[in-house]
Design a protein around this ligand. Structure first.
Ligand code: WT7
Length: 635
């Protein structure tokens, strides 16, 4: 990876971009935030509607259980939709959506609000109340943001499970969240094929008993089983009288929420096999994501913003759904694969819709780069003013291609480092920041990041160490749902007083951060976060497997690919067929993104004397690197 040698070249911001930037001087705002963190964020929070103003900006009396805008009452939806209904924005497009099959649907702020109100009324009529969890497992269709917003509006806590996940991943997330209501689609389009979402939901519900009602959005139209008394079509419910308010209009009251009330749970992978639910709130989250989006991507009133992530991940939550609506912006959303039907799909949509800002993952850029420049060059991409990158380090080669071929050397690339846990961008350029390809540059104003040694001391300039965050921020996770001890243990114990990110990084002489990658048992595949333990547990759930270990090895397009080492039970022999079967088994249990690239049948796994698999040794061997300290190895 080219992050190894910080590139010498620096890209100065384009004069045109600086002239109209929302923030003209990074140093100025960063200084203000450093001197008065609470004052800095209070000023940002003033821009929103609060049913009742907060008493205290930051309560840090019980770290790491920080609270923001304590005593304040609001609802993120009051600021995403309600406030826009009484201004000219009711006529502005909130969402432009294109289906993989070319379908086009658009929603003005008025129309989006109407749909959200209807669905919120439906949810209330089904008994969904403040604090209830609702699982959402859908394809990338407009009903996904509508469902999220409707939940938030009635004060329910949504738990979106990425539509690429499969039975086991879905079942364990539903079970942990104890949702009574689940929302899904019949099927979703992806790469010309149909993902059988309802069928997967049916299988998952056989494994967990909490769900009583399932709402099904019709998208693909393929036959599905509807269990009477449990399953309801979305379009039927939306046309019932309950979808309308008492006076017959499509209105619905927005629940008044405490700033610290939960907005959503989002499951992510960590070091154990059990996925953890990251909990985000209404108040601080809203302030954090709107401010970062406005400053980093410089959103203007007439912009068309495209965050090409999946709404099922935090990137989509913060920057497809909530962030753009908070700013009253126009967001574009695309259902399908970047290469369907041809590798120019993204570029043709940028031209067709006049997209001004594109925010994408390095893996997508690398994937499209493979097809050559001719595809983007067939299209007019001159509407693009800013570009963005997220999810993993972007290698300088892909950075330069993105900059030259897509941005035509005019559009700076905002390489934003953050996590499901942080909710908002943490280390990121602003449009006025000089860029170095491969570096996420500097902490966002108010964020204090550092690189520490094992002993918790700041490392020397240019040296690798653990990336930590030293001050609380408003969009931070508040806890791991139902497991506050794991929250403390996972993030706050390694370095007292600091949040440990799980990443390693380096800081150069200009104070620029270079993210290297995960140091825990998390593998980033195409920007998706997977735990080695989840993959291993899926493998050992197959009758032929006795033991398994999973590691990530470099992959040209996906960043990392999963390589598994499998010890078979007696009576089972390695074969090509079993190899395929095991890879398929993991895909069926977790989802296609978790399908191992390669399975190696082995006679034993390197373990510590206490029986812990030494994945580091497997990795070193696979890469032909020194195996390091082996004194704890069992034999
Ligand atoms: C991990 C968090 C943040 C939304 C999507 C991923 C890696 C994220 C960058 C970046 C280098 C990055 C880190 C981080 N990561 N952005 N710009 N440069 N690495 O969220 O699934 O919670 O993953 O993604 O390793 O810890 P996530």
């Amino acid at each position: 990876m080219a992050t190894e040698t910080p590139a010498q070249d620096v890209y100065a911001p384009a004069p045109g971009v600086v002239a109209q930037a929302n923030i003209k001087s990074y140093a100025e705002v960063a200084q203000q935030a450093e001197h008065d963190l609470a004052g800095f964020w209070a000023e940002r929070a003033e821009e929103f509607v609060w049913y009742k103003k907060w008493d205290k900006v930051l309560d840090d009396s019980n770290p790491p259980f920080y609270k923001w805008f304590v005593g304040g009452k609001t609802n993120v939806v009051a600021n995403c939709l309600d406030i826009h209904q009484t201004t000219w924005r009711r006529n502005k497009l909130a969402l432009i959506w294109e289906g993989e099959d070319g379908d086009l649907r658009t929603f003005s702020y008025h129309a989006l609000n109407r749909e959200v109100c209807r669905f919120a009324n439906v949810l209330r009529s089904m008994g969904v109340q403040k604090g209830d969890r609702v699982t959402i497992y859908m394809g990338r269709v407009p009903e996904l943001p509508i469902a999220m917003l409707a939940c938030a509006k009635v004060g329910a806590v949504h738990s979106v499970v990425y539509g690429g996940f499969s039975v086991d991943a879905l079942a364990s997330r539903i079970e942990d969240s104890e949702s009574h209501v689940a929302i899904t689609c019949d099927g979703g389009y992806m790469n010309g094929k149909i993902v059988e979402l309802k069928k997967i939901m049916d299988e998952a519900l056989k494994r967990c008993a909490t769900v009583e009602q399932v709402i099904v959005v019709k998208r693909s139209g393929q036959p599905v089983t509807m269990e009477s008394g449990r399953d309801y079509w979305y379009h039927d419910l939306m046309n019932l009288p309950v979808a309308r308010a008492n006076n017959g209009g499509y209105k619905c009251s927005t629940e008044e929420m405490d700033a610290e009330d939960p907005l959503y749970l989002l499951y992510t992978s960590g070091t154990t096999g059990k996925p953890k639910a990251i909990l985000h709130t209404h108040g601080g989250y809203m302030v954090g994501i709107a401010t970062t989006l406005k400053w980093v991507f410089d959103i203007k009133e007439d912009d068309r913003w495209w965050c090409a992530a999946d709404p099922g991940w935090v990137t989509g939550h913060s920057y497809i759904v909530y962030g753009p609506l908070l700013l009253g912006a126009t967001s574009f959303m695309y259902e399908g694969a970047p290469t369907y039907p041809y590798p120019n799909r993204w570029w043709s949509m940028i031209e067709k819709y006049g997209i001004n800002i594109l925010y994408a993952a390095p893996t997508a850029i690398r994937g499209l780069m493979r097809f050559g420049e001719a595809w983007p060059n067939r299209h007019d991409l001159s509407s693009l003013r800013l570009l963005g990158s997220v999810g993993e380090p972007i290698n300088p080669e892909a950075w330069r291609w993105y900059y030259r071929v897509i941005g035509k050397e005019r559009a700076p690339i905002m390489d934003t480092w953050w996590q499901t846990e942080t909710g908002m961008f943490m280390i990121t350029p602003l449009p006025v920041t000089p860029l170095k390809p491969g570096s996420a540059t500097k902490p966002f104003p108010g964020v204090e990041a550092d690189v520490l040694s094992e002993e918790g001391k700041p490392v020397a300039e240019g040296e690798e160490g653990y990336l930590v965050l030293k001050k609380p921020w408003p969009a931070m996770l508040r806890t791991i749902y139902k497991d506050p001890e794991r929250y403390v243990q996972q993030y706050w114990r390694k370095f007292p007083g600091a949040y440990f990110t799980g990443d390693s990084a380096r800081k150069d002489r200009d104070g620029y951060f270079w993210i290297i990658g995960r140091v825990d048992d998390v593998i980033k595949v195409s920007g998706y976060r997977l735990g080695t333990a989840e993959i291993e547990s899926a493998l050992v759930s197959h009758p032929a497997v006795a033991e398994a270990a999973a590691i990530g090895l470099p992959h040209e397009v996906r960043g990392n690919a999963i390589h598994a080492y499998v010890l078979l039970r007696t009576g089972h022999e390695p074969s090509e067929q079993l190899n395929d079967e095991l890879r398929q088994h993991v895909a069926h249990e977790i989802g296609p993104i978790a399908r191992p690239e390669k399975i190696n049948f082995v006679n034993g796994l390197p373990k510590t004397r206490s029986g812990k698999i030494m994945r580091r040794v497997l990795r070193a061997r696979a890469l032909g690197l020194p195996e390091g300290d082996l004194t704890t190895l069992e034999d």
